[in-house]
Design a binder for this molecule. Structure first.
Ligand code: ADP
Length: 712
């Protein structure tokens, strides 16, 4: 079965266990005519519990186990990710094992680790994508783009970054104090999340509450949010990027609407009321007014709705939701463009294989009462926690579609590598009790140097690089590791150095710009590669909508792109996909951006000029999909709640179990230490209430992440 865009949100209630058998017979998981790619579906979660009948137990899990598919989680404990992967028979490895098919991490890995990734491996981040997800860098990037391109980037509130701008913050507060018409300021720690440490302030004397030791984002507070039943809300939009250069972006058709739990009130004495002003789910769910929606068939009940339910509701109030969604798409594209110049050079220097990285971002959008969407922040690893049926239904489908779009090949390469001779790293450093690292390759993974890899074969580009690395070499990661005693002997050091030199040479010759200049014929094959990649993704996109590239995106956005390299991949891919660019004058394009950004003057499609409507015609017609309701799900126990994985299906390596055990002990100790601290120093508890709208008490509870313990 092909996972086309049309059958997205397939009705799970129509699929019973007998049907699963049928699907498998149709070679369910194999992408036809291409290399074998694993296709994930939420149905597999029905076969993972103890209650699954014996005949269906292995239906999905045998896929991964047959190919020895492996994954590792780094600095995250994603119950949903593990459940889906265990359902497909993946083996969880310790986070030190390099030979896994999928790395799911909450942090960014070092460049040498990224460089060593092979074409069959996937990782859920691009290097340096934190320049989008850290609040201060995000705002700085967009402000930079605004300084260059002006109006089109007018979708974040005015802001300051402290401590550098503290004087300007004080002056702004004085102005606000003297003129009550001014919006207050909202102060957020640059690196935090979930509403932690946020303060809304409107008086000069409050400036002293700003912690000058922490980077803070101080921005203008959007005081006129669109309200529903008197409640403020914001949107979580799921965005998947599979390449930054050329830019390839998808938005998930379904998202979430998170409501504050108390009626919005902007009067000065109410600014401290978190449940009126902040829409974070983690914060509002502890409010006594919070209503949880436990009905899997309802999407517009309680304080968390689906995106489509909100759009249907707004539609009834005569709001042009199609144009609203096109505006949100525009914000997403421009945000990513503003960071392209930061991310692309790192991808180049890390020589990333263009197939390896994908990233799911969570865009937080606030709509004001003029129907203008504002970007609040972008989340690095949007929550995949499922504590209500709506979450499990949506996020299971989302995760399956993300993994599908990442196109994970079913390969046995890692099995072959398992038999390789040990590397210097292994000779010199007993790691993972010598169990897992038996499969570290003895030579530098040559595939990592190839910048192109189509249908399982490195193409022309990689053949050049192989000339410089075929002599074998250590994995680049081995160059900075030492023996267990902390030293390496000189003979080994020399061998290591010579391998590193070879790797460096290979690095220079594998640079895309080198290829472009010297081997122009290969330029075309790389364009073909990207076109193939996009075609594969389109077949597997499920409920994602590709928003970039589209038929008019080159005309619309090329003027906002920075000069990143001589290859001009964005233009080349656009021409490969769509042929020539439709002609629009500079004035038309300027009008298009102006009318899109200026929501108060152009609230609905009828207000747009004809030519602007034409430019956005494809986006507007696809925007219909955001309003579609997910098919109801009636089958129990999945996915109303995440299933409990039966223990034989929780396949983990010995070293993974050991490192998990160590982590569990560490977390337990930290928790106990925290309890003792609170008992000895009860005033600490008192102080928390002075640390913003949400005190640090909640901080500590969530940092301790009790889930981590519970989920083992
Ligand atoms: P965090 O990462 O801590 O969740 P956010 O930037 O998402 O921080 O802000 C938390 C909440 O505060 C948002 O969900 C929104 O309701 C509110 N908020 C944030 N910035 C603004 C703003 N400039 N104007 C109005 N409300 C805001």
């Amino acid at each position: 079965m092909k996972n086309t865009g049309e059958n997205c949100f397939e009705a799970l209630d129509e699929i019973d266990e007998a049907n699963i058998l049928q699907k498998e017979e149709m070679d369910y998981f194999v992408a036809p005519n291409k290399e074998k790619l694993i296709t994930f579906s939420p149905i597999a979660l029905k076969c993972i519990t103890r209650k699954t009948s014996a005949q269906n137990r292995e239906k999905f899990s045998k896929i991964g186990s047959e190919y020895n598919m492996c994954f590792k989680l780094i600095k995250c404990d994603r119950k949903l990710v593990r459940t889906v992967l265990f359902s497909y028979g993946f083996l969880q490895c310790s986070n030190r094992n390099p030979n896994v098919n999928l790395i799911w991490t909450n942090t960014h890995l070092q460049q040498h680790v990224m460089r060593a990734l092979k074409p069959w491996q996937r990782i859920n981040h691009f290097p340096r994508s934190h320049c989008i997800t850290k609040k201060d860098s995000l705002y700085i990037n967009i402000a930079r783009a605004k300084a260059m391109f002006n109006l089109p980037f007018n979708f974040i509130p005015d802001f300051f970054i402290t401590p550098e701008d503290i004087e300007r913050v004080r002056e702004a507060l004085k102005r606000i104090e003297s003129n009550p018409q001014h919006s207050p300021l909202i102060v957020k720690p640059a690196g935090s999340s979930s509403g932690r440490g946020i303060i809304i302030m409107n008086m000069a004397e409050k400036a002293k509450d700003i912690d000058l030791n922490t980077k803070m984002l101080v921005s203008s507070y959007i005081a006129n949010p669109l309200l529903l039943n008197g409640l403020k809300f914001d949107l979580r939009i799921y965005v998947c990027v599979t390449s930054f250069y050329p830019l390839i972006v998808y938005i998930y058709r379904e998202g979430l609407t998170r409501f504050a739990t108390q009626k919005y009130d902007i009067s000065a004495e109410n600014l401290d009321e978190a449940h009126k002003h902040l829409t974070n789910y983690s914060l509002n769910k502890i409010s006594e007014k919070f209503v949880k929606n436990m009905d899997p068939t309802e999407e517009n009940v309680g304080h968390k709705w689906s995106l489509s339910a909100l759009l249907r509701e707004l539609e009834q109030r005569n709001i042009d939701t199609k144009l609203l969604m096109v505006r949100i798409e525009d914000i997403v594209i421009k945000t990513l463009l503003s960071a392209q110049h930061k991310i692309v050079p790192v991808c180049r220097s890390a020589m990333l294989n263009p197939r390896c990285c994908f990233e799911l971002f969570g865009f937080d959008i606030l709509i004001d009462d003029q129907l203008k969407p504002w970007l609040l922040e972008v989340n690095l690893s949007p929550s995949l926690g499922c504590d209500a049926p709506l979450d499990s239904i949506l996020k299971t489908r989302l995760l399956c579609d993300v993994l599908n779009i990442a196109s994970i090949p079913l390969v046995r390469e890692n099995n072959i590598l398992n038999t390789c001779a040990p590397t210097i790293e292994q000779e010199s450093q007993p790691t993972d009790n010598g169990k897992e690292n038996a499969d570290i390759p003895s030579s530098f993974p040559i595939e990592a140097l190839s910048t192109t890899y189509v249908n399982g074969n490195s193409d022309a580009l990689s053949s050049t690089s192989s000339g410089y690395a075929s002599g074998g070499g250590a994995s680049s990661s081995s160059s900075d590791r030492f023996t267990s005693s902390g030293r390496i002997n000189s003979a080994r050091k020399n061998r290591l150095n010579s391998r590193v030199t070879k790797v460096k040479k290979a690095t220079i010759f594998a640079r895309p710009s080198f290829f472009y200049e010297r081997q122009n014929s290969q330029y075309k094959s790389r364009i073909k590669f990207y076109a193939n990649k996009m075609n594969t993704e389109i077949e597997r996109k499920g409920a994602f909508i590709r928003i970039f590239p589209r038929t008019t995106t080159w005309s619309l956005y090329s003027g906002l792109m920075e000069d990143i390299g001589p290859e001009e991949w964005d233009k080349a891919i656009y021409e490969e996909l769509y042929g020539s660019t439709p002609y629009y004058s500079a004035r038309d394009i300027e009008n298009a951006h102006e009318q899109l950004i200026n929501a108060s003057q152009y609230p609905s499609q009828e207000n747009l000029s004809n030519i602007v409507r034409e430019i956005f015609s494809e986006a507007l017609s696809e925007a219909d999909k955001y309003r579609e309701k997910m098919p109801p799900i009636t089958v129990k126990p999945f996915p109303v709640a995440l299933p409990r994985v039966r223990s034989p299906a929780r396949r983990r390596t010995q070293s993974c179990m050991e490192s998990d055990e160590l982590r569990r002990i560490r977390i337990e100790e930290e928790r106990k230490a925290q309890e003792i601290h609170t008992v000895i120093n009860p005033s600490a508890d008192q102080n928390y209430s002075n640390c913003g709208l949400l005190g640090k008490k909640e901080d500590i509870l969530s940092q301790t992440n009790l889930n981590e313990i519970v989920n083992f």
